[in-house]
Design a protein around this ligand. Structure first.
Ligand SMILES: Nc1ncnc2c1ncn2[C@@H]1O[C@H](COP(=O)(O)OP(=O)(O)OP(=O)(O)O)[C@@H](O)[C@H]1O
Length: 599
């Protein structure tokens, strides 16, 4: 949604919140609406985890309970007011959220769901058994009415507080979604490997998503405890966790409006279905199943989908808004003076069980050179790339970029040192647009903080605009501005390869690794690739080109290193390498010149 669309939406929502107390016929109706406000806070936080980071939590009721019990205990025993109790609840729930994120280092999908279910059950059980603290099955009664700066918050005053909290949470989560944080979460969920190669810390990103969803659940918990004046373990069960998850999916995961709609429907639906008495749960389940079957994108998600089909946004972005390539890459001064980066790898050995994929490989890419790495299938080229980008750990050897040792660093840390790559099998963020893919590559060039993003400060707006214009400049560089708003997975294959190059350039790398960029391209596309590689090198960026396409190598490479069975058998100029008998032997059993057979 555009900024103007978001502002209009927020304006309407605030007007709705102001009107509700006047429209509510009695206290019961107002209280039910207040419950919706609290559940919506949970749904908005969970929406970040599910809709952006692509992770599932079925333990949200546990975090809700943690917030509620923290608030209730501190208010009844230590006289905390609404603000201090809320801050404490947010801190405690966030800590547990970070703890819950830890398993994502190892498990995802259904296994992660089981971990979160277990967490919810543990909290529920602790609430029952830890009687001294929680009151056991009877719970905590007589929670004092909340106060704010000494003012008691009863009736409409508490409603106003809940409404303000919801608007703030909605605005903050919406803003985070449209910042580098939201983009990083989407990127990690769509291709963790590509995200890490762009300098995105995948574990940190997932932890942030968990912490946001936990903090909002904790905050909702304390608000609930003060609303109810009474809490007990049976309020925070597994079925509540399912309901919270359903709110997000039912509304349309990934959208703020969807989370609000989902929370609204799933707060009111069970209440209205109570009239059906014994059939209540049956009708509830049937309705949910039917709606999800008919609208798999959720209520709002489907509406957005239909709207976009009816009113598709223009496919192209305005090329005139793009920065010139030098500016897009943050390059200043004369390329010759910039003298780019040197990669030095020494004695790299990588073994997979009994197989030695790299055997004491040394290689030097000189500043601003185009250095080709070639070899027959299975020679170890991709293993070399995966090793120097941190995805594989070498058994021995070292490598450095312009004197900075990189071995032992994680892929995202290596990327931040100036190494970027493309992938043999393209690894785009398929569900994001072409422009968003490139903007995701800009990630570690931003300096704004999470607070800047939440508040949309001038610094945030300035940097985001710079990023957008740089991304358009990069799309112009690879000839993709006509496809800027297209969803990346719908691009033809040849254009996907180009997009990967634009995205790899977005972090402003000093060394670019291209892993078989010509694979699957037409002759015309290979000619364009040839020109693009030369242009990249002329900007002062060193290029390591892994390729089978011999014509391309002989045309662009300054140096060629040949691998065979994990061992370097030659490293020289293209002409020399072509004549090297060991190379001819490795490729063709000594029978022909390289280009005749391989091209
Ligand atoms: N993760 C892995 N686990 C086990 N073996 C691997 C792994 N990655 C690569 N290998 C093996 O290491 C050897 C080198 O593979 P690599 O993919 O690096 O070769 P390549 O030169 O890139 O080949 P191609 O040109 O076909 O891509 C192969 O025998 C391969 O099967």
């Amino acid at each position: 949604m555009t900024s103007r669309g978001s502002l209009t939406g927020f304006g309407l929502f605030i007007a709705f919140l102001v009107a509700v107390p006047f429209a509510a016929a009695n206290e019961y109706e107002l209280r039910l609406f207040m419950l919706f406000l609290i559940y919506a806070v949970i749904a908005l936080g969970l929406n970040i985890l599910v809709g952006l980071a692509g992770l599932v939590s079925l333990g949200q009721a546990g975090l809700f309970a943690l917030g509620a019990y923290t608030g209730a205990i501190l208010a009844t025993r230590a006289g905390f007011d609404l603000i201090t109790a809320s801050i404490s609840a947010i801190v405690i729930a966030s800590l547990f959220g970070a703890l819950l994120a830890y398993p994502t280092v190892r498990v995802r999908g259904v296994y992660l769901a089981v971990v979160t279910i277990a967490f919810g059950l543990i909290v529920e059980n602790a609430a029952i058994e830890w009687q001294g603290l929680t009151g056991g099955p009877m719970g905590i009664t007589s929670i004092p009415k909340p106060t704010l700066f000494g003012i008691p918050l009863t009736g409409y005053r508490y409603y106003a507080v809940l409404a303000v909290v919801l608007v703030v949470v909605a605005a903050v989560t919406h803003n985070l979604k449209r910042s580098k944080y939201g983009r990083a979460m989407l990127a990690v969920s769509q291709s963790e490997t590509a995200a890490r190669s762009l300098g995105i810390n995948a574990t940190g990103t997932r932890t942030l998503a968990f912490v946001i969803s936990a903090a909002t659940a904790g905050l909702a918990g304390v608000l609930y405890a003060f609303l109810n004046s009474y809490i007990s373990p049976d309020i925070f069960t597994f079925s509540d966790s399912i309901r919270f998850l359903l709110m997000v999916i039912f509304g349309g995961a990934g959208t703020t409006t969807g989370a609000l709609i989902g929370a609204f429907i799933l707060t009111y639906l069970p209440e209205y279905l109570q009239q059906l008495q014994y059939w209540q749960k049956f009708a509830y389940g049937l309705l949910l199943a039917l709606v999800m079957f008919v609208l798999p994108l959720g209520v709002f998600g489907t509406a957005v989908h239909l709207w976009r089909r009816w009113r598709p946004s223009p496919r192209s972005v305005n090329a005139s808004e793009g920065l010139p390539i030098e500016q897009a890459l943050g390059l200043t001064g004369d390329p010759k003076q910039r003298l780019a980066t040197e990669l030095v790898a020494q004695g790299l050995t990588v073994r997979f069980g009994g197989l030695t994929a790299l055997n004491d490989v040394s290689l030097r890419v000189r500043p601003a050179d185009i250095h080709a790495l070639i070899g027959p299938n299975g020679a170890g080229k991709s293993t070399f790339v995966n090793t120097i980008t941190g995805f594989y750990t070498p058994d021995s050897g070292r490598f450095e970029l312009s004197g900075v040792p990189l071995d032992g660093l994680s892929p995202h840390a290596i990327a931040r040192e100036g190494m970027a790559r493309t992938f043999q099998n393209t690894e785009l963020f398929g569900g994001m647009t072409v422009l968003e893919n490139v903007m995701a590559g800009y990630q570690h060039r931003f300096t704004y903080s999470i607070l800047d993003a939440a508040l949309r400060t001038p610094r945030f707006l300035r940097e985001e605009e710079d990023c957008r214009r740089a991304a358009i400049g990069l799309l112009e560089f690879v000839g993709l501005t006509d496809y800027g708003n297209e969803v990346a997975r719908f691009l033809p294959f040849g254009l996907q390869r180009r997009l990967e190059i634009a995205r790899a350039l977005a972090p402003a790398p000093r060394l670019l690794l291209l892993d078989e960029p010509a694979a699957g391209l037409t002759v015309h596309e290979i000619d364009e690739l040839d020109r693009m590689i030369r242009r990249i090198s002329s900007l002062g960026i060193s290029v390591l080109l892994i390729e089978h396409h011999v014509d391309l190598i002989m045309s662009v490479a300054d140096q060629v290193t040949v691998l065979d069975y994990g061992t370097v058998i030659a490293s020289d100029t293209p002409d020399e390498v072509q004549r090297d008998p060991r190379v001819i032997e490795a490729y063709f059993g000594g029978s022909a010149a390289i280009h005749k057979v391989a091209s």
